[in-house]
Design a protein around this ligand. Structure first.
Ligand code: SF4
Length: 322
């Protein structure tokens, strides 16, 4: 099996790590402990960084006359400039990163579900949006793997997030080696993943690799990375994933018993109905790969897009928009 590149991951510090929340607490989040052996964490708490202590009075986003502001009702402080300046300085100082896991609903870290209030002190909400740091991260690193901890409790979202996170880390390593051979190998290894995510972009990526020596390697790999990140920019349709699984199963059509085929069909149905993650039917095919020594499929990242230790299933996989 492949060794995995180590993703560089920015993480809200209150997730499992430290008691830096406004109430002096942290959020228990086992996923961080599971990730730790496989990623390089960059923990950050924007509110502590701008000088708010722990504990502190809550802050909120308000829809002011001059746009969205970050405001502390109890003190009347407008923290917008501090947070914008910190976000800009911090994000521009980062080395290349592959992803973010940020606390949901936070007026600083949230990426989509933060309450926006209509005016200072007004208890009614005027909709939802990203927090101030979360929005800055999206603006600057929009094509890396970005999720909030609430959404990542859903196994399908987690599967999609981890696939992209580890793929971008592997591609970053390819860029660092400067080796055309490594880029060709990467493209071959991610063939089935790309088939599932976006076949139009898969073909465009194939043309880029084929054009190889027509441009300097640094430009080529930058163009490849941009197209690859766009290909993995949205979660794959489950029907496309099923097509890839069926395509892979076709490699064994002459060696499977009727019972094996029936077992695979059952796993596909369970995946189609959102009852098991992709790892379910993929594991069935993997057992055939090992048995038959099918070396081409063995090299496909589709079957092991990230370490097996991260494949835990802790929810139904339903109920959240991918
Ligand atoms: S959500 Fe962000 S700003 Fe709030 S405590 Fe956690 S890391 Fe700090």
């Amino acid at each position: 099996m492949n060794e995995f590149a180590r993703p560089r991951l920015v993480l809200s510090r209150c997730l499992e790590l430290e008691k830096v929340r406004y109430n002096g607490e942290k959020i228990a989040y086992e996923f961080v402990r599971e990730l730790e052996p496989f990623v390089d964490l960059v923990p950050i708490c924007p509110e502590v960084e701008i000088g708010l202590g722990v504990p502190r009075d809550p802050i909120r986003l308000i829809d002011g006359k001059e746009g969205v502001r970050l405001f502390q009702p109890s003190t009347g402080r407008d923290l917008t400039v501090e947070m914008e300046t910190f976000s800009d300085d911090f994000l521009s100082s980062l080395p290349p990163v592959d992803g973010f896991v940020l606390k949901n609903r936070s007026p600083s870290c949230g990426i989509s579900d933060v309450k926006l209030y209509t005016a200072e002190g007004n208890p009614s909400s005027a909709g939802k949006r990203a927090g101030m740091f979360g929005q800055a991260a999206i603006d600057r690193f929009g094509d890396v793997a970005i999720e909030d901890e609430g959404r990542l409790r859903n196994f399908r979202i987690r599967e999609y997030f981890l696939t992209k996170l580890f793929a971008l880390a592997a591609l970053r390593e390819v860029a660092e080696t400067g080796s055309m051979r490594d880029l060709i190998d990467f493209h071959a290894r991610y063939k089935f993943v790309l088939m599932a995510y976006n076949q139009t972009r898969m073909r465009a990526l194939g043309r880029l690799v084929a054009s190889g020596s027509a441009m300097p390697f640094a430009d080529l790999v930058a163009a490849y990375r941009s197209e690859f990140a766009a290909a993995l920019g949205t979660a794959p349709r489950y029907t496309s994933v099923i097509n890839v699984l069926e395509h892979a199963a076709g490699y064994f059509k002459n060696s499977l018993s009727r019972r094996e085929k029936a077992m695979f069909r059952r796993q596909l149905e369970r995946y189609r109905n959102g009852r098991v993650p992709l790892a379910g039917p993929a594991a069935v095919i993997w057992s055939w790969v090992v048995r038959e020594d099918e070396t081409y499929l063995e090299g496909q990242a589709f079957f092991h897009p990230y370490p097996d230790e991260l494949m835990s299933v802790s929810d139904s996989g339903k109920g959240r928009k991918l």
